[in-house]
Design a protein around this ligand. Sequence first.
Ligand code: ADP
Ligand code: MG
Length: 266
Amino acid sequence: MPHWVTWMSKLSVRNLRKSYSNDDNDVTSVLDGLSFDVGKGEFLSIVGPSGCGKTTLLKIIAGLMSQDSGEVLIDDIPVGLDHHQVGFIFQEESLFPWRTVRQNIEFGLELAKFNLDERKARCDEMISLVGLKGLEDNLPHEISGGQARRVEMARSLVTKPAILVSDEGLSNLDAQTRNFVQEEFLRVWQSTGSTILFVSHNVDEAVFMSDRILVMSNIPSKIIAEYDVEVDRPRDRASPECRAYRSQILEVLRVEQEKAMSRLAA
Ligand SMILES: Nc1ncnc2c1ncn2[C@@H]1O[C@H](COP(=O)(O)OP(=O)(O)O)[C@@H](O)[C@H]1O
Ligand SMILES: [Mg+2]
C-alpha cells in the first residue's frame, strides 16, 4: 500500500477568472478571482449554490477548459489544457455501457498505452481496493448505482492521477447508497493517501467527509468562507459537532442561494 502515497500532489489555484459570452455577446462573469490551495493528501470540499461555477472551476483545474486569467499549479508547476494529471469523477454516470466493469476501469490505461500485464495488475489492485471483486465481467446495467460509482472511482484512480476531483459525484444516489459510497470513498482515500477536491451542494456530505470546506458565493463567484472540520473520524453525522458545522455553512449558503434566486427572477 505505501507506494500509493507517492502520487499525492499539491494543487494551487491563483486568482482564477472565467466569463462566458452568449450569442448576443452578453458576457457573464462566473469565476471572479478564485484562489485556494489543496494540500498533499488533503480532502477538500467546495460547496456553493447551483450555477455558481463549480463545474467550470473543476473543468479548468482538470485541463478540460481554459481560464481567462489566473493560474492552476500542481506541485507549484503551472498546468494548461490537456495536462492529464487530474482524475475526474463526473456528475452524470459516465460508464461505457458496452464495456464490462474491468474494461471500463482499463480505459484510461489503454489511452495511456500501458502494456497488457501492467493493465491487468493495476486493474486487479483497484478492483479489490474499491470492493468490486466478482463483478469484473458484469456490464454496467448488471450492477447497482452505488457499484457504478465505485467503478468510476476505480477508473479515475487507476492511472494514479496527481489529484482526484469529483463533481457532485455522489449526488444521483439514493440516501442510503450515498452514505455507503461516502464511507467507501473515505476508505479508498485513506488507503491511497490521494489529494481530493470534492465539489458538492450537499453540506452534510461535505461535513462528513472533508478535512476542510470552502464556500463559494453566487456569481461572479469568490471563496467567501472556510471551515477546518475538526472532528475525529469515523464521524457521526448526527453528532452535535457535525451539526454545528452544518448549520453554520447552511446559513452562509442560504444567503447566497437567495441572491442566486433573485438574479434568476430578475
Ligand atoms: N458553456 C457555457 N456557456 C455559457 N454559459 C455557461 C456555460 N457553462 C456554464 N455556463 C453558465 O455559467 C454559470 C456556472 O455554471 P456551472 O459551472 O455549471 O455551475 P455549477 O456547477 O456550480 O452549477 C451558470 O450560470 C451557467 O449557466
Ligand atoms: Mg455543476
